[in-house]
Design a protein around this ligand. Structure first.
Ligand SMILES: [Zn+2]
Length: 128
């Protein structure tokens, strides 16, 4: 059996047990949307290596799916808002001195349900 399918069955089994998990740490061989969905259903965070599978670049975003500003600086992951299930990103340090410049907004948030695979908490590419 494929590892990804086995993981989904395992996670469904965990759901039936009187225990909880907070995180699912997996390698890129487990990078499948149903695994993220199953972890989300368990109220656990996904920490799964991203498998590009020949996907092209995402215009306006960096390689970790963080928004980039007009000057091509990536927004930095700041924190996870548990209540709203959203990631908070802040403007890059390079753009901070340009605080009055309306082209670089200070903060942006994205709900993880926008794309459970790309938006994990902590955010992809962050030190956390
Ligand atoms: Zn900027």
């Amino acid at each position: 059996m494929n590892d990804g399918k086995a993981a989904i069955l395992l996670l469904k089994g965990v759901q039936e047990l009187p225990l909880s998990i907070q995180h699912g740490y997996m390698d890129a061989g487990y990078d499948f949307v149903p695994i993220y969905q199953q972890l989300f259903a368990l109220k656990a965070h996904s920490v799964i290596a991203y498998n590009k599978r020949g996907e092209g670049e995402w215009a306006g975003y960096d390689e970790h799916f963080a928004l980039t500003c007009v000057r091509k600086h990536s927004y930095r992951y700041n924190s996870y808002d548990k209540k709203n299930q959203s990631l908070k990103y802040v403007r890059s340090k390079e753009c901070a001195p340009l605080a009055k410049d309306s082209l670089c907004q200070k903060v942006y948030k994205v709900r993880i349900q926008t794309d459970l695979r790309r938006y994990t908490a902590p955010a992809r590419g962050s030190e956390k």
